[in-house]
Design a protein around this ligand. Structure first.
Ligand code: HEM
Length: 138
């Protein structure tokens, strides 16, 4: 049982590191000056990995929760809220991307600023939440 819990937590923490790496890459990608076409090719790849990792973060969290027989601290409820927030903002951002005109420079810049802010917020939320989780469990 202890082995299962530590294995599940390892996968959960692995997903956290992976999503942090992807968020850093996304923010860095949004900060570069480049044409929208090359920007969007790389952005679509990164955002696909980001969405898959978000799913894995949710799934591994559920596995940890099930293995722990739902006997968890309040921090886990905050984790669920944060992940739900990330999913909703990701869907909104995806729709905004679809509506962005390929030739309209103004809407492209608006989208870039909006999406960059979303990813920075995700990054900050994950760092704060991880720090609080470890502080509470000390
Ligand atoms: C933004 C997303 C999330 C972050 C940053 C996050 C972060 C963390 C961290 C840092 C830990 C401690 C790992 C350790 O003990 O080494 C943890 C544990 C855990 N997480 Fe998450 N998590 C997230 C999402 C979720 C979700 C969506 C769920 C459930 C559906 C979840 C369920 C759990 C559970 C059950 C534990 C074990 C808590 C305990 O030992 O009492 N997490 N998480």
């Amino acid at each position: 049982m202890a082995g299962m819990i530590s294995m599940a937590i390892m996968l959960h923490v692995g997903s956290i590191f992976l999503i942090l790496l992807l968020l850093l890459l996304l923010v860095w990608h949004f900060s570069k000056e480049q044409e929208f076409k090359p920007f969007s090719i790389k952005y679509e790849q990164l955002s696909l990995f980001y969405k898959a990792t978000l799913g894995s973060l949710f799934f591994t969290g559920l596995v940890v929760m099930a293995v722990a027989k739902f006997d968890v601290l309040w921090t886990v409820y905050v984790m669920v809220l944060v992940v739900l927030h990330m999913i909703v903002t990701t869907v909104k951002e995806h729709l905004a991307y679809k509506l962005t005109h390929i030739k309209d420079a103004l809407s492209q810049e608006t989208f870039k600023a909006y999406a960059k802010r979303k990813y920075i917020i995700d990054l900050v939320l994950i760092v704060i939440l991880s720090a609080v989780t470890y502080a509470v469990s000390l």
